[in-house]
Every structure is written in C-alpha cells, then in structure tokens.
Design a protein around this ligand. Structure first.
Ligand code: HEM
Length: 404
C-alpha cells in the first residue's frame, strides 16, 4: 500500500539512511508537488519536487532569496550564526559582485592547467590501489582527486591535504553520528578549524603572493571592491565543502551504477567517446546535493499554490532529476542519455561555479580506469552518509584488477 503523502517528513534524516527516498519523492511529484512538510516543532517548509517548479524557483532569485534566512533547511537567522556569509548565502547585488570577483580569479585557463597535475596525481593513487587489489572505492579512488585538486588550486601544501579532506568529510556529515554529526558539536569544531586554516592561508598569501588561485582571488578587484580575509575564509570553506564531497559522490555513485550494470561498463570501455553523456548521467543518477532552501521575499504562488512571505521553500534536485515528465525512463541508468537536462548543479544565478571542474575530474578518473581496463567487483554492501543534504557514499568495498 502507498504511504499517504501527508505522512512523509523529508526533514527526518532516517528516511535517507539507504540513499535517496525515491518512492517518497515519486509520490510527492504525483500527489502533492508543492507540499507543506510540517515538522515536529510546528514549523515547516514547502517541498518542491517537480523539475518545472524547481526551475521556476531557482530562476526567480528576486522572489526566492538565498540571503534572507540562509540556504539550509533549518537556518533561522544569519545574524545569530556568528558565521561569515558565503556567496551562496547572498542575493544580488552582493552575490553578483562576489561571483564576478571569484570568476576573475578562477580563470578557465588556470582551471584547465590543473588537468596535468590531476591526471598524474590520480594515476599514481590508482596504481597503488590496483597493486593491492582490495580497496574501498570511495576513499581510495573516488575521494582522492577532488581533495587534491581543490587544495592544489588554493595552494594548500601537500602535507595538509589529507587532514583538510577529513575535515571536509566531517563538515558535510553534519547529520551522521559516525562523522561526528548530529550532536556533540564536532561539526562546528571542524568548521572553525577550517576557517582558521583559511585565515592563516590568506595572511600568508598577502605576505608572500604565489602563482595560485588563492593569490589571484585575494588580489582581484571589481569596482574597487576586493575580498577581505573573512570573506576569503568563507569562500574557502564553500569551495572545500561544495567541491570535494560532491565530486567524490558522483564518481562513487557512477561506479556503483556501473557495477550494477556491468554491460554498460563494458560498453564505456569499448567506446570512451560515450564518457561525455555517461558523466552527465552519473551526475543526474547520483545527484550529490539533495536540496537547497530559499525564503519567499513576498506573498507569491508556485504552480497555483499560495506561498506566504518568509515561508521556507526547499528545492529537491534529487526529485527533479527523476521527474517522469522530463526524463524518459528516469529510473534507468543510461550512459547514452541525451538530452539530459538534470538540475544537479542547480540553476540560475547560483549555478554551480565548479561544474566544469567536476566534469573534468570525473573524465580523468574514468579515462584512467578505462586506459587500464579496470574490472571492479563489489565485495560487500555500500554505506551511505546519513544526510538529507548530501547524497554520498561512505564505503564501497571492491576488488579491482587491471586487464590492460
Ligand atoms: C558533481 C559535483 C558538484 C555538484 C553536484 C555541485 C552542486 C552544486 C549546487 C546544487 C549548487 C547550488 C546551485 C544553485 O543554487 O542553483 C552549487 C553551487 C556552487 N558550487 Fe558546486 N557542485 C559540484 C562541484 C563543485 C566544485 C568542484 C566546486 C569548486 C570548484 C564547486 C563550487 C561551487 C560554488 C562556489 C557554488 C556557489 C555558486 C554561487 O553561489 O554563485 N562545486 N554546486
């Protein structure tokens, strides 16, 4: 028997313990696409689950604000958070100016120059894993490149990278008791440690500029405005949290799908030109960020439903990316899917700034696996991070061997 939509509580993190609750989203899309999700404390939020409505909300950043009360489901007020805003937590014109400034620092030429470094780095790690045979695909393979690339961009010394990667994992696992989330304040300790690290990095680069993106961003100016150290630290935290776990999740989620359908892995190995559509499908299939939240700036309507000023509006990318009215056979993983209008990178003015970097990293990982003809066999169950925000795997034990 189907669960009644009014019994669904998307704020209950246990709903996500085995990954995305697709059945709940399917029900909501069909029965109550603009759904008032009441929470146990009497408050609530609008859950937006259809592709067209997620697009409409994301497109209209004047009505649906990132700045007013924050972007996380539970954020109340920024003023009491004691934290510096990231660009994702701003609206125009502040956001526009900061985004232009950062884009000036992250020139495509500089980002592309990372490819050589990334390929060498990943090849070495992959060969080590292949030598030992058994490994955890998530930490030993998928998690290697994203942390190295962001740290290389920002000029973080090699000796600090592993530690920052662990901190990022803990920050993202804010609901997962195994990662120090849920209670005990370990998560905010990790945020504070990361912020202190970024402030030190800023001081250091101002004193001794280097040939890295961190220096470029600190030196960039737009209409006389430049980032101060606190704004730089907030940006660093955003890059580390937005850029590591997400890319790792897409690589691991993509490989999980391929181990469940080995025929498509063989097809990809035989014709690596399929990587372009395959990577996009891995991102749609995984959808590493389940949702972001907006706040209504005025009384309005979404698909006919009245929304009051100040209401929380949560856009669920995980649901939009399985919308039957947009994707043919949305529950089939198809490496040849085209078109693939997924919303995993969001949409509109905050569209993911690292989308092309994430695609580049994924291409390198899968090209290197294909070049070695790697066979991947699962050796046990996968574990998901307990989170209604990030769709990420914690573990995927595998044995791997090169056939070329
Ligand atoms: C597959 C990997 C990734 C996914 C799924 C992803 C997803 C997202 C999403 C959903 C947003 C919000 C978009 C919106 O509100 O419309 C976002 C924003 C952002 N992402 Fe990513 N991201 C990924 C990789 C990266 C990487 C590698 C970086 C770093 C270089 C990065 C940096 C950012 C930044 C800075 C923003 C804020 C942009 C703004 O506010 O204007 N992301 N990302």
């Amino acid at each position: 028997m189907e669960t009644a939509p009014e019994k669904i509580d998307l704020s209950d993190v246990s709903l996500f313990s085995d990954g995305t609750p697709h059945e709940a989203f399917r029900l909501l899309r069909h029965k109550q696409p603009i759904y008032w999700n009441e929470q146990s404390d009497g408050s609530g939020f609008w859950a937006i689950t259809r592709h067209a409505d997620v697009l409409a909300v994301s497109r209209d950043s004047e009505t649906f604000s990132n700045e007013r009360h924050g972007i996380m489901m539970y954020d109340e007020s920024f003023e009491t958070s004691g934290r510096e805003r990231t660009m994702l937590e701003m609206d125009a014109p502040r956001h526009t100016r900061l985004r232009a400034l950062v884009s000036r620092g992250m020139k495509p030429r500089k980002v592309l120059a990372l490819e050589h470094f990334a390929r060498q780095e990943f090849s070495a790690r992959l060969d080590e894993c292949l030598e030992s045979g058994d490994c955890d695909f998530v930490s030993d393979v998928a998690g290697q490149l994203p942390v190295q690339v962001i740290c290389e961009m920002m000029g973080v010394p090699k000796s600090d990278r592993h530690h920052l990667g662990r901190l990022a994992h803990r920050i993202q696992g804010f609901d997962d008791p195994e990662l120090g989330g849920g209670s005990g304040g370990e998560n905010s300790d990790a945020i504070q440690e990361m912020s202190r690290y970024a402030l030190d990095l800023a001081t250091n680069r101002r004193r001794t500029p280097k040939q890295d993106i961190a220096t470029d961003i600190l030196q960039a100016k737009i209409e006389g405005y430049a980032m101060d150290d606190a704004a730089f630290a907030a940006f660093f935290l955003l890059l580390i949290t937005a850029g590591i776990e997400t890319t790792k999740a897409s690589i691991a989620g993509g490989m999980l799908a391929l181990t469940e359908d080995p025929h498509q892995w063989s097809e990809l190995q035989e014709d690596p030109r399929l990587l372009v559509t395959a990577i996009e499908e891995m991102i749609r299939w995984t959808t590493p960020i389940h949702h972001f939240r907006r706040t209504a700036m005025r009384d309005t309507r979404i698909a006919g439903q009245s929304i009051r000023e100040h209401d929380r509006v949560v856009v669920w990318y995980s649901s939009a990316n399985r919308d039957e009215s947009v994707f043919e056979k949305p529950f089939s993983f198809d490496i040849t899917r085209s078109p693939n209008d997924h919303l995993a990178f969001g949409f509109g003015s905050h569209y993911c700034l690292g989308a092309n970097l994430a695609r580049l990293e994924m291409r390198i990982v899968f090209e290197e696996l294909i070049a070695r003809g790697v066979e991947v066999d699962r050796r046990g169950n996968v574990d998901y991070m307990l989170s209604s925000f990030t769709n990420s795997l914690k573990r995927m034990p595998v044995s791997m061997r090169a056939t070329r």
